[in-house]
Ligand binder design. Structure first.
Ligand SMILES: C[S@@+](CC[C@H](N)C(=O)[O-])C[C@H]1O[C@@H](n2cnc3c(N)ncnc32)[C@H](O)[C@@H]1O
Length: 206
């Protein structure tokens, strides 16, 4: 299975056709809300925003969000959800159709860069470095990857066959000099038997 744009467009089109109302009510990611809930709102990038629940939560808290995804269907749904919530939230979001295989944030532009559960087609280290370059000094990088194997059972998870960010690769990509690691650990997922998430929360020092 190739997790390319056609795959995701087909997946989102089907899911949104069958369960669009439920998707619009998906809560923001719990690791994210815990990590950035106390940050002062500024400019944020949500890379691989999908249905947009994290983007919407950030915008509702006053963040000016650039939300990137390569699925037209997901972006259209997320935009429509934002408009339903209200003009103030919708007005703080810039929805961008782009492929993260090459899409590069403007250097140092964002106070927060998040990238959650995005399959990486190329090198994880290269992708992490490209996203990290968008973080301003003093800003936050927040990455989550679903690990492909459940360490508790050795069984494949729903992310089996995917390349997502891991703690080791993210730490290696960022190095130690310019980043403070607030969190860099594997955490069990709330739903038993679905494996663990690699959670990386780093603050750019310079
Ligand atoms: C598993 S979903 C995660 C969505 C959201 N970040 C979340 O945590 O709920 C992965 C998302 O990444 C998007 N995606 C995957 N590869 C991408 C790429 N190369 N460029 C842009 N978006 C991509 C997909 O369209 C999908 O919306």
């Amino acid at each position: 299975m190739t997790l390319d744009r056609d795959f995701w467009e087909g997946r989102w089109s089907q899911v949104l056709r069958e369960h669009g109302d439920k998707v619009a009510k998906i809560p923001p990611n719990a690791w994210l809300t815990e990590a950035v809930g106390d940050l002062r709102p500024g400019r944020a990038l949500d890379a691989g925003c999908g249905h947009g629940s994290d983007t919407l939560w950030l915008a509702a808290r006053g963040w000016q969000v650039t939300a990137v995804d390569f699925s037209t269907a997901a972006l259209a749904h997320a935009r429509s959800t934002a408009e339903t919530i209200g003009a103030d939230v919708a007005g703080r979001i810039d929805w961008v159709e782009g492929d993260l295989a090459g899409w590069t944030p403007r250097s140092g532009r964002y106070d927060l860069v998040t990238c959650l559960y995005v399959h990486v087609a190329g090198s994880v280290e290269e992708m992490v470095q490209r996203m990290a370059a968008g973080v301003a000094p003093g800003g936050t990088l927040f990455l989550v990857g679903h690990r492909p194997i459940d360490p508790a059972t050795g069984a494949p998870t729903p992310a089996a066959g995917q390349v997502q960010v891991s703690v080791d690769e993210a730490v290696a990509a960022l190095g130690t000099g310019r980043w403070e690691f607030v969190v860099a650990e594997d955490r069990p997922r709330a739903q038993a038997g679905t494996g663990v998430d690699a959670v990386i929360h780093a603050r750019r020092l310079s």
